[in-house]
Design a protein around this ligand. Structure first.
Ligand SMILES: Cc1ncc(COP(=O)(O)O)c(C=O)c1O
Length: 336
């Protein structure tokens, strides 16, 4: 692609050639349609617009040194989308349909997969929503599944760079028995004000506490939180956090490196005892955290950043994604 500066790509929308659409009507999924339009024509009473029947996913494909396109753990995204659909009463795409649309949308937009070595990748965004009309609060009778892609740059332009987070007690992104564990649009709408406030005060993002007691660490902006304490990888256990595929992968890698791993409640004050801390997710893999500021108590928690273990985990995971090391956990599929 002559007019894309791969090294300068943001994490944002770039128009590509094709997207795919599939409708769920009369109790079944139809044929996959290919479109080159960026627009959808939907009913004004669609439940997605009124009652938030919407979920999305985000996964990445990488160009290897060998010229092969590698897709990372797509099946986990497929299962998570099924779970989100169930959670807000939408039609569930089958794993087979999710796979077909993922592979096909990448193949159709092959020329937008950033070259090896640029740190950039192709981000795949599946979105599922209630497209059928409803005025009463009820699930739709029709659903639409759309897959589009956009090339995205490395999250950190200067490489692996440490960030600061702000503790919030003023906002929750999800209720204890709410939809936090699903990847649904409403959770992100609920997070916007707090994130904007943190950005305006010079922080990369917010650290949410549990909504009920404001005692335990929940999520870290749109990412999971993890920390390293001696030789243990610790991450919060909570019913309101999104099960991150990156976090799940880091746990496997940490165990493989000989670290102990714990998924448990983490009190905010325990931050004082951690050597390293990070936010993890598809966008950045790991954002090492250098400090967490609790403005209500005028307390700052500081960490080694970037810490040695975080660096190692980041390097192994990105090398697997790029095909630079053996994929011993079978996480990668080649898009042929
Ligand atoms: C709220 C939230 N938590 C965690 C994550 C990280 O999940 P994953 O590692 O599957 O990208 C994301 C991003 O997808 C997210 O939006």
């Amino acid at each position: 692609m002559e007019n894309i500066n791969w090294g300068e790509l943001p994490f944002g929308y770039v128009k590509t050639d094709y997207n795919l659409r599939c409708y769920y009507r009369n109790g079944k999924w139809g044929e996959i349609e290919t479109s080159s339009s960026e627009f959808l024509n939907i009913h004004m009473a669609a439940t997605a617009l009124h009652y938030g029947q919407e979920s999305f996913e985000g996964l990445k494909a990488f160009m290897g040194k060998d010229g092969k396109i590698r897709l990372f753990r797509w099946e986990e995204n497929a299962k998570r989308m099924q779970n989100s659909a169930k959670g807000i009463m939408m039609a569930e795409p089958t794993i087979e349909l999710f796979k077909k649309m993922t592979f096909e949308v990448i193949k159709l937009n092959k020329k937008f997969v950033p070259p090896y070595g640029t740190g950039a990748s192709l981000y795949i965004r599946p979105v599922l929503f209630g497209s059928g009309p409803q005025v009463g609060v009820k699930p739709a009778g029709e659903y639409m599944l759309v897959f589009f892609v956009t090339p995205v740059g490395p999250y950190f332009k200067e490489g692996f760079s440490p960030v600061s987070m702000l503790v919030t007690r003023e906002f929750d992104r999800a209720a204890p028995l709410g939809t936090g564990k699903y990847k649904v649009g409403g959770n992100y709408a609920a997070s916007l004000t707090s994130m904007e406030k943190a950005h305006n005060s010079g922080f990369a993002n917010v650290l949410y506490l549990d909504a009920k007691e404001k005692k335990y660490i929940d999520e870290c902006g749109p990412a999971n939180f993890f920390a390293i304490k001696d030789s243990t990888y610790v991450t919060p256990k909570s019913d309101s956090i999104l099960p991150s595929i990156t976090n799940m992968s880091l746990i496997t890698l940490a165990e493989d490196m000989g670290l102990k791993t714990e998924r448990r409640k983490i009190e905010l004050e325990e931050l004082d005892t951690f050597d390293e801390a990070g936010a993890c997710g598809t966008a950045a893999v790991i954002s090492p955290i250098k400090s967490i500021f609790d403005d209500d108590n005028k307390k700052e928690y500081k960490f080694n950043s970037p810490g040695e273990i975080s660096k190692k985990l980041y390097n192994i995971l990105t090398s697997i994604q790029n095909g630079d090391v053996e994929d011993k956990f079978n996480w990668v599929d080649i898009v042929e």
